[in-house]
Design a protein around this ligand. Sequence first.
Ligand code: GDP
Length: 689
Amino acid sequence: MARQHPIERYRNIGIIAHIDAGKTTTTERILYYTGKTHRIGSVDDGTTVTDWMEQERERGITIVSAAVSAVWKDYQINIIDTPGHIDFTAEVQRSLRVLDGGIVIFDAVQGVEPQSETVWRQADRYNVPRICFVNKMDRVGASFQRTVDMVKERLGANPIPVQLPIGSESNFQGVVDLFSEKAIYWDEGLGEESRVTDIPPDLIAAASEMREHMIEQIAEVDEDLTLKYLEGEEISIEELKSALRKAVIANLAAPVYCGSSLRNKGVQPLLDAIIDYLPSPVEVPPVRGFIPDKEKEVERPPEDDASLSALVFKIVTDPYVGRLAYVRVYSGKIKQGTMVYNSTKGKKERIGRLLRMYADRREDVDEVLAGDIGATLGLKNSFTGETLCVASDPILLEAISFPEPVISVAIEPKTTADQDKMSDALQKLAEEDPTFHVRTDQDTGQTIISGMGELHLEVLVDRMLREFRVQARVGRPQVAYRESITRPVERAEYRYVKQTGGRGQYGHVLLELEPGEIGSGINFTNDIFGGAIPKEYFNAIKKGIFESAEAGVLAGYPVVDINVRLYDGSFHEVDSSEIAFKMAASLAFKEGIQKGKPVLLEPIMRVEVVLPEEYLGDTIGQLTARRGEIEGTEMRPGNTQAVKAMVPLAEMFGYATDLRSGTQGRGAFSMEFDHYAQVSESVAKLVIA
Ligand code: GDP
């Protein structure tokens, strides 16, 4: 099948925003104007196109990154949905990995909100070129310039306004395009039509000043233009746009647009901007990866006849078609009905159907080519973050790293009939979402689910009910503590011997333990040379250690961040067995933790509270009482203050209510997981008790 569009005409983009900034509304308008939806959905009455999952509609938030395709001016735009709520930050991260550019939406009243800051920094990390859209220009208190200033100061970015709003708040009518020096108006209605006129007289001076500033800013990031500018030479619009394009792709600048998606104003210029300034798959660096089992890094060009390299970035259990794996193809192609090699797993899999998702329909395609995104049916063993390639020329792309869950609840089925359905549902949900874990508590037999926040778990329990029809009761949220050691242990030994008639059991291991880096988990190295322990028992030993690490010695929480070295041991010609070595390793490890001065670790959250100034003192007091460490305060627009603090998650339950009553409903807060830290002895005693 020939390409519908040459690869230069592809744009893989994400719309990135703080919750409520208007991502869903803007996506809706984009899909409408690109002609793929027949009517404008509205978040407020729950009829959006992208939010096809029911509870997303109810909550009005977008949780799952699906990819939707649209065509604008003969360009194929694949929109990868990214969630705005920080509980779903792993979703943002995974989508940033596969997109080539982003539109960052800001609320013209709120400006840069804490979560916009978080996602902006994530986008920095993945070098995602960006354009900015200042939405909600129709709201009372909207300010284009203030938002631009905040982008510059708070995000340390280089925003270049390329438009000037015409009117503001209820009088917002359209924009001045600073390149063409024309005014664009959208009258009432759905905004398909716009009127282009001369700049209104009262804005001529401001527009010309802003244009001058824009030219200067663009000239600054382009060497050729810098010279021309300094010499006072005329610079053409084409030259400006092409320099700006280069600067955006190099992450040196971000053009800023404005509008009101809800009022259907300003969205089409944003679509043009996607084409004009965001890169095609051939304008981003070629994907890199490793040849499996070799330390050699290789590159794959974004070409159809190169060997296949593709990343599975999302698994969705679609109620109609089944298990869909969304893939981004970086090089080569995926064809329907062919075998691919999952190099993460070392397994071959068959591609069933291939689908392209539009807002209102799915379309079967024969193949997905380099630079494109598609959904595959039929992959059974491939999961988020895994690489697909061909077995004859394998490559392993860098996996997406996800944070460990910080909060858990016990969950039980309401009826025995729900029992099997529940484990099936939980397993499917965990497949879709790498930050959602399910385990069985060894002591109580209870099923424990863990995730990134209360909302995260609530949404998942909700989905169980709606999509899988499983009724479940959930317990109170618990902090997911961890255990670790604080001093090295040179020798932890266990000799497992059983002699009860018949064949005995014998396994003997010596381990060395030392505290590992934060977030490193359990690192096992095997230093046995010369046959103190035969090779066939190594795996059992490793298994014993990892199983033992699932429950620590203090309060049974998972043990993390320890380097374990197996350095000696002994065996018995007849009595040794895998089981015996596994037991010995497990018990030696336990003994090691005991000796290593074990401690409890707890998740610490980065909290930001925004509130009117008069409540500042009380709020700081409240946070301190919750064992919070205040990192600083900052003035925000409208006589509000932002307090930044690090607070243990355990102390944040019920904070929303306290804040509300303490500030008469005028304070708001956001939090996100930052790191694990040691719990003080007095607090640890309470937790262990
Ligand atoms: P998301 O959470 O970023 O997806 O934001 P939504 O698109 O769901 O919008 C959040 C709320 O803001 C909804 O009530 C929208 O109707 C409203 N909204 C979105 N865009 C605009 C806008 O341009 N102006 C105004 N006044 N409200 C808007």
